[in-house]
Design a protein around this ligand. Sequence first.
Ligand SMILES: Nc1ncnc2c1ncn2[C@@H]1O[C@H](COP(=O)(O)OP(=O)(O)OP(=O)(O)O)[C@@H](O)[C@H]1O
Ligand SMILES: [Mg+2]
Length: 393
Amino acid sequence: MGAAPTVGVLGGGQLARMLCEAASPLGVDVVVLAAESDEGAAEVTPRVVRGDASDPVALRTFATGVDVVTIDHENVHHPTLAALEAEGVAVRPGVGTLAFSDKAHQRSDFAAAGIPVPDFVVVDPGASPAGAHHAVEAFSAAHPGELVAKASRGGYDGRAVWMLGADDVTAFLDGYDGAPLVVEPRLELGCELAVLVARRPSGEVRTWPVLETVQVDGMCDEVLYPAPVGEQVALRAREVAAEVARHTGAVGVLAVELFVLPDGEVLVNEIAPRVHNSGHLTIEGAATSQFEQHLRAVLDWPLGPTEMLGGGVAMANVVGVGDTDPRQRQALALSEVPGAHLHLYGKAPRDRRKIGHVTVVAGEPGAARHDALRAASLLAGQPDPTDGTDRVG
Ligand SMILES: Nc1ncnc2c1ncn2[C@@H]1O[C@H](COP(=O)(O)OP(=O)(O)OP(=O)(O)O)[C@@H](O)[C@H]1O
Ligand SMILES: [Mg+2]
């Protein structure tokens, strides 16, 4: 360990990469535990230890050599992390907070704590097929219309979320053999919001302004500021997010995804106990980025101000289209949108894979959104949604 505090990150993907980028000016040392399959962080730091955070030996060896342990992803060996925490290693967020990555635990716990969530039922078709059928039928009778089934673990970007018509439920349950499921009504949504919140071990909590998230096929495609909600809804969303941070004992940044119903009611969809795609626009768009704030929080340093820096801020994800590589298209994107902030993660392009993002900070929201979408689609080689021109090639 050197004079600078060393933060060890479990996982070497784009979140670790952006943590490294934020750490450099602060004089914070970041070391990354990255598996061969992780891509991204190794391109920006030489301080990479090769190993898998789901491997107890690799995890223990790595964690005992740093001042604070934090995460890039949740696929870590929880018993080892729990043992390290019990031995006094600073694991931030702690294992108690990481347990909330499980959607079934999260929902059940939040409902019991009075945190507003959609109606739901948890079933385990693997352990009890008949019990699962029975419970979902009873739930469906009480909640007519479409249902949504979500695997409690292992999902991201909508890959373990299934929209089910009333007639599809039986066949779906018969064919399912994964982790326990959270089943809930398919809700009519006014919009979806994200609130990023940071909390220090000493208790200080800060939320950023409310952001709108726009999903395409269950995957977050754009994040927009300001969100299209009134002051009351925005205030409520930030209060709920702060309550979630306190309730889960989070340390560092936590992302709270919220549903806003047409009548303005705010429900927690899910949380992620870490920096998050919905917060990427804080890098250029807010007084303190989520990555810097996360480092400050896990080191128990004072948190920074969170106000947004433009009348409109927009982030658009760069999503893979075949093997078109955005790393040859930066000049094209910048020629059309000189003010775009490009972030490419160094990941191999694949269909529907998030391989980068673009942020635009502007005077007003329409211009920010237009420009961010335009630059992102030029990078990805998608048809440009802002003028209908196909830019592939
Ligand atoms: N009950 C619901 N009613 C309507 N839409 C829903 C419902 N649940 C999920 N969705 C839609 O599906 C999206 C993905 O769901 P969810 O956030 O639970 O899955 P995920 O795969 O964990 O997401 P992420 O992309 O955040 O990793 C939501 O953002 C929302 O657009
Ligand atoms: Mg989600």
